[in-house]
Write a protein that binds this ligand. Structure first.
Ligand code: FES
Length: 614
């Protein structure tokens, strides 16, 4: 008789135990047990990144696993999403399969930002009622407030019922009260006099990372920044995987939505702890994110985003009470989502355009937010045109044999030693390398092009490779680090297929930019602004070297930090900036690239790398 507990699965080295349910893969079991395993394809058996070594009676190896794992099956490796241990056992999760916290970009929100308060704090002196004037407490409160409200009080002021219920206790007779007034109309907090300033939270809900900025709404001061990996990542690296999970039913959408909401609540707690305050004091929240993150967070079925013509459920700003979305902030706090432009041009790119002042840029400027979707805006002379290219996940390390996110162990920069006899790698966290993140890939490819080891066609030249280029399982590969120098004890290689994936990604981005140029009649771009994490860790010269975007002098390629987050902070601090964001989204033109007459030809033309000697 097996003893109770014998059928448990133990994930190592975490030591986390869980009871397997019928039909549950090891990946699903790991997720339910809070064990992070990389799953860029969302558990579809396509990416090969969820490798684990089960010990026990595992379900039989599937043909898909054999194809993806190749010789690694001989070392007992399996795909967690395709394998189960119904009778329990142990599972070793190797370092390269563990979800790691990505290096999260939070920079950018510095300097003076315009202040035009949505929420203002007041101290009011409310007189007691009298026999001559037996006015209700609420009316006496409004009268007292109208006497001090800086921009006047609306003709129809509002006191939410939850605050009305508190009024008798606060105002036994008369006395001083502290309150916060939103847009001159609604009282959103009420308490004793001398409360702290009203606080606001700006949130950039990215597909991979979530960043929250806590601000003092009176002074505009940034009080704290808190960030975390998006907890939806285990359900798929990209928005397509997550949208297809949502298609499985409303409970799946609710699950993903809840994950994002809980993450933001935790960030609010953390940011408030840093600032010595309480999330209850947050009275206003502004959010940005791509269209899929927007829909999923708001629990709006994203199905229409996934199929042509990719129409969102709502495009304009969404303003609701924060608690309606599940946010545990002030009881009467409001949540404002900046507008989307289109199905794949979200509030994040609108916010980034706001941050860089795209509506006022004179010289042709390309604003690029690179990720799975290369969202971009070409701005010139007050005109703006946006598009989104399906760049694929290669530039985030996806679809790359040994690709990974920008986490510890990822190669972020490469240089060839004299004579191209070996490669010097700079690795995040100073550890031994276990994979390439996007900037590392671009860097290595750029070096190999420079050395002539990689040809403009994307093929390796074994002659120039001096023993580092060798035959691999699927064509030639470049040995970046031998097994003895890596963190996983295997050779770290760049395969021909990896190079082809990068070519596809960069061709999509370059062709998208050139379509925008053609549509706007722009012959030459004068600057490129790189927003987001990948853009900021990218070396401008190396990006130009692989032909990621149309030619522009290297000194005019600038990283602009987390521009989407900065745009969110701007909109948090200023009503005028919210109005500007709305106008900006309306004024921005949109080009749908699928089916565009120029796109396919430009895409094919952009596949090759620029000449090897350039
Ligand atoms: S192959 Fe298992 S998550 Fe992608």
């Amino acid at each position: 008789m097996p003893r109770a507990g014998d059928e448990q699965v133990t994930f190592q080295p975490m030591g986390r135990r869980a009871d397997p349910q019928p039909g549950q893969s090891l990946l699903q079991l790991a997720q339910s047990a809070g064990v992070g395993i990389e799953a860029p394809c969302g558990g579809k058996g396509l990416c090969g990144k969820c490798r684990v070594r089960p010990e026990g009676r595992a379900t039989p190896l599937t043909p898909a696993e054999k194809a993806l794992l190749g010789p690694d099956t001989e070392q007992g490796l399996r795909l967690a999403c395709q394998t189960a241990l119904p009778q329990g056992g142990a599972v070793w999760v190797p370092p390269e399969s563990r979800s790691q916290r990505q290096v999260i970009l939070t920079s950018g929100a510095s300097g003076e930002l315009e202040l035009d308060q949505t929420v203002r704090a007041y101290t009011v002196s409310v007189p007691p009622p009298s026999l001559e004037r037996p006015e209700a407490a609420r009316e006496r409160l409004f009268s007292a407030l109208s006497a001090v409200a800086a921009d006047g009080l609306s003709d129809s002021p509002e006191l939410p019922f939850s605050l009305l219920q508190r009024l008798p206790g606060l105002l036994a007779g008369g006395g001083e009260l502290g309150l916060a007034l939103r847009k001159g109309r609604e009282i959103v907090s009420l308490g004793a006099a001398q409360q702290g300033p009203p606080l606001g939270l700006a949130v950039d809900l990215g597909t991979t990372t979530v960043v929250a900025y806590l601000c003092d709404l009176d002074s505009g001061k940034l009080l704290a920044v808190s960030s975390e990996m998006n907890p939806q990542v285990p359900y798929g690296d990209d928005v397509i995987s997550r949208m297809s999970l949502c298609a499985a039913g409303p409970q799946e959408l609710a699950k993903l939505s809840r994950a994002a909401v809980e993450c933001i609540n935790a960030l609010a707690v953390d940011a408030c702890a840093q600032a010595g305050t309480d999330p209850e004091c947050i009275l206003e929240c502004v959010m940005v994110g791509n269209s899929a993150m927007h829909h999923i967070f708001l629990a709006l079925d994203p199905a229409s985003l996934a199929i042509a013509p990719y129409a969102p459920v709502v495009r304009g700003p969404v303003e609701i009470k924060a608690r309606q979305a599940g946010l545990a902030l002030g009881q009467e706090a409001w949540l404002h989502w900046l507008p989307l432009k289109a199905g794949f041009v979200g509030a994040d790119i609108v916010a980034a355009a706001l941050a860089v002042g795209a509506d006022e840029l004179d010289q042709p400027t390309l604003l690029l937010d690179l990720g799975t979707n290369g969202e971009m805006v070409l701005a010139a002379g007050g005109r703006m045109l946006a598009c989104s290219t399906a760049a694929g996940p290669a530039l985030e390390g996806g679809h790359i044999a040994q690709g990974m996110r920008g986490a510890p162990g990822a190669v972020e920069r490469a240089a060839l030693q004299a004579g191209a006899a070996s490669t010097e790698l700079r690795v995040i966290g100073g550890e031994k390398p276990v994979g390439f993140c996007g900037s590392g890939l671009v860097s290595l490819i750029s070096c190999l092009l420079e050395a002539g080891i990689l040809l403009p066609s994307g093929g390796f030249d074994p002659e120039r490779g001096r023993g580092l280029v060798r035959p691999g399982a699927n064509g030639r590969e470049f040995l970046a680090a031998p097994s003895g120098a890596t963190g996983h004890g295997r050779d770290l290689v760049l395969t021909s297929q990896d190079v082809a994936e990068v070519q596809l990604a960069k061709a999509a981005i370059r062709a998208g930019a050139e379509v925008l140029m053609a549509e706007m009649g722009v012959k030459q771009i004068s600057q490129v602004l790189l927003a987001g994490a990948f853009g900021n860790y990218l070396d401008p010269g190396e990006a130009a070297r692989i032909g990621l975007f149309p030619p522009v002098p290297v000194e005019r390629i600038l990283g602009v930090g987390n521009a989407a987050g900065v745009g969110a902070v701007m909109a948090l601090l200023s009503q005028k900036q919210r109005v500007r964001a709305k106008k900006l989204a309306q004024a921005m033109g949109y080009v749908e690239l699928s089916g565009h007459p120029l796109f396919q030809d430009l895409f094919v033309d952009s596949m090759a790398f620029p000449g090897g000697d350039a």
